[in-house]
Design a protein around this ligand. Sequence first.
Ligand SMILES: [Zn+2]
Length: 478
Amino acid sequence: MTHETTPDPRPSRTPSTLVRGRWVLTAAPDGAATPAVVRDGAVLLQGDRVAEVGTWADLSARHPGAAVRGGPHDVVTPGFVNTHGHFSEGLVTGIASQYTLWEWLHALIDKVNPVMHDAAAHAGTTLQAIQLLRSGVTTANDMFCSDPGTGAPVTPGVVRALDEVGLRGVVSFGSGDADRDFGFDAIAREWDALRGAAEGSRLSTFRVGISVVGRQTPEALERSVAYAAEHGAGVHIHLQEVREEVTATFQRTGRTPVAHCAHEGLFSVPTIAAHCVWVDRDDRALLAEHRVGVAHNPVANMILASGIAPVAELRALGVDVGIGVDGPASNDAQDYLQAMKAAALLARTRELRATAMSAREAFEMATIGGARALRMDEAVGSLEPGKKADVVVLDGDSPALANVHDPYQAVVFVAGSREVKEVWVDGEPSVADGDVVRVDPAEAVRAARPVAERLVAEAGLGRLSALTGGPLDGTERF
Ligand SMILES: [Zn+2]
């Protein structure tokens, strides 16, 4: 055999890919060099970046050697930015929805948190990341919530799972030391472990998590801000999800949680706040003044009966508002298209006005709005040259998208997860032909089942979970 003289019969690695669509929705701002909508368009991907956006006729003529994905009837969009979620709830979905938030924390989350471990983090994250990808998410901002133990850290399992499935992560660990038997140092140890895992990952970046202000001692809040500043990290926190939280913090500090965070210097680091349902005029002004991003979670807010966030008022003040699915125990589906649709529906129902949120506004919140809220809009959130190649292709040959009269309405109101045909993350396919390609979903399900049974048994969820023989009518109370 003389390899030197025999040409390699395998095709060389294609240097570029053209993703084609009847509609390319770029989420580029008005006035940008890239138009917001390209009819009969294409996106040229080179390596991990978007290289060009233009018409199919032009790009295909100039790049005849590029591989072609998508098709002449498809809808091409930026990957969706999920601005809030909890992979820590990945093994406890469809449970305890009979409770409002604080009851739900007591009945479910406070029982799961002490017994969480790395294998459960990995198994739960894998299940949920698969579902997020199938609904077009390419960036997931997560807050893993559990009690930090003295044993091995838990959260590296999240980063490992995201790298395996091919989903970009903004990973944080949120806990609190108030009235608990562990101290801040235990929380910081978990942050160190998660930060180290993220630094070793191509797709994940680290943020400091704070579950809620009320679960932090004053010293812990101060040290959290210092930790974020020291490591150049942003913060991911829940703020004013329910009225009880506002009242409790006001009684303790004399300020609302938003005002308390501003006073304590938290907003001196880039902060994304989940929910902001019960924010008054002063709170809203503070969020705008400090450029705090807001993650709006319409489905979870409805399931837990928390209320309706004043999204229009926040946006009018210039606050960057993105959309989140929230955790799989509080939503409970990890379906981003469902959450995006719910955002538009809830805004319209709140104001009894069909123009309260247009399909285009919901789409922009789901893409570039979420990226801005995370201060990642230089890299993701729109299809513009130089940005990361995070792309979604919706199947224009599906019955749902056979006749697209308005591409924004088609994406926001018509498309479901089954229309998600391809998802590219960082220039590589994570979903092809409608399913994930980098892991075997059936194997992920098989692996997760015994881990979930063990978690439910150790957490003592017998009265809530049918996995351990609980009742099945969803009415079990304390
Ligand atoms: Zn949450």
